[in-house]
Design a binder for this molecule. Structure first.
Ligand code: VGL
Ligand code: ZN
Length: 209
């Protein structure tokens, strides 16, 4: 039985330098994900996959700018540049990323609600099926790499903990947006306090891994 799965979170062109919502050094997670992949029997990718006109886009809120925070259906919502729109190159996985036949769990398709986590949308209204998919395959631990530490990695790892998985976040395999300086560092500290293990990829690639 597969016990550990690698979760490759939102490693998409729009989150890379030069993309619509660039994560500083976002491309640095690609070689880490590629190096870890052969060490796992099961690899799963999440994909931010918004329809045009998604309500998380600042462009849908006249007078607002990316980075502003509004209330959307009762939830705080950071407004973003248009990004990861279905069918665009920006939504595609990074060219250098090797995913093989990894199943893909798309999220963020409901135009009215954002979805940082690969498990649930931000209002926990819609379950992507990822938790049951992993459980059915005997997964007890998820190892997280991808983008961005302070949004989708944080939400996905946190929901994985809530769902009862052991969670490892690969420190050198994630990068933050850091809208506010220190957001990424704080996100990792919060995940650690919630029970996640933080590890460097080198220790997962070692002979004991
Ligand atoms: C993400 C902001 C908006 C992410 C997705 O993948 O971390 N961040 N949509
Ligand atoms: Zn998004």
């Amino acid at each position: 039985m597969t016990e550990r799965a690698l979760l490759v979170i939102d490693v998409q062109n729009d989150f890379l330098p030069g993309g619509a919502l660039p994560v500083p050094e976002g491309d640095a997670v690609i070689p880490v994900a590629n190096a870890l992949r052969p060490h796992f029997d099961l690899v799963v990718a999440t994909q931010d996959f918004h329809p045009p006109g998604h309500q998380s886009f600042a462009s849908q809120h006249p007078g607002r700018s990316p980075g502003d925070v509004i209330t959307l259906h009762g939830l705080p919502q950071v407004l973003w540049p248009d990004h990861c729109v279905q069918g665009t190159a920006g939504a595609a996985f990074a060219a250098g990323l090797t995913l093989g036949d990894a199943p893909v769990f798309p999220k963020g398709m409901d135009p009215e609600i954002d979805s940082y986590s690969g498990f649930f949308d931000n209002g926990r209204r819609h379950d992507t099926g990822l938790a049951s998919f992993l459980r059915e395959r005997g997964v007890t631990e998820v190892v997280c790499v991808g983008l961005a530490t302070d949004y989708c990695v944080k939400a996905t790892a946190s929901d994985a903990l809530s769902a009862g998985f052991r969670v490892t976040v690969v420190e050198d395999g994630v990068r933050p947006v850091d809208l506010r300086a220190g957001d990424g560092t704080r996100a990792l500290a919060e995940l650690r306090d919630a029970g996640a293990r933080l590890m460097r990829s080198a220790s997962l690639l070692g002979p004991q891994a």
